[in-house]
Design a protein around this ligand. Sequence first.
Ligand SMILES: [Zn+2]
Length: 214
Amino acid sequence: MVSSPGRTCVACRAIRPKAELVRVHLVPGAGLGIDLGGGPGRGAYVCPAHPCLEQAVKRGELGRSLGVALQPIAVEELEGLIRERVSRKVASLLGLARRARKVVSGAEAVESAVKRHAARLVLTAADASASSVEKLRMLAVEAGVACYSSFGKEELGAAVGGAHRAYVAVTDPGFAEALISLLTKIPKKIEAGSGAQGETIDALGRAEPRRAWR
Ligand SMILES: [Zn+2]
């Protein structure tokens, strides 16, 4: 992976590569914003994990790091902000990938891309048929392809330009890598043992896990 300077999570104080953390900053006149572009100004880094986000909000770590008195914000609101910001960026990247003809969609096309080792990233809709998703996920795991289930059919369809899409595969390693780094920023749900959602398998099929949460 690309090595980047480490940043400290304001909640758990762990030092991680910038790419693995969410940067929260202040948007003048609009309150907290999520910065995905490494913009200027003061920012606070936090792990995209519920316990860290909750602590950052409840204990006022974000405000302290940003050097301002923040209006109280619920952790759900912060998670919603992150999700919304990341989703928009994912949608625009998927749109670019589609225009570059690096996206296939539909169960058959995606399955075939995985089997041909052409798929670098598989996205299944959260509201797709559970058994079909499971089947595709197994194929992806076997092929060492990352598989995420962060969006609904409507969102996926809109992103790749069309009607509802339950299955999308990205066939370009560069686009896949950029998308995976965004997808890992979507806060995980809290349920214990929820390893299935957003489970990460290295996009290039390397055995070593990409995200080692220490
Ligand atoms: Zn943390």
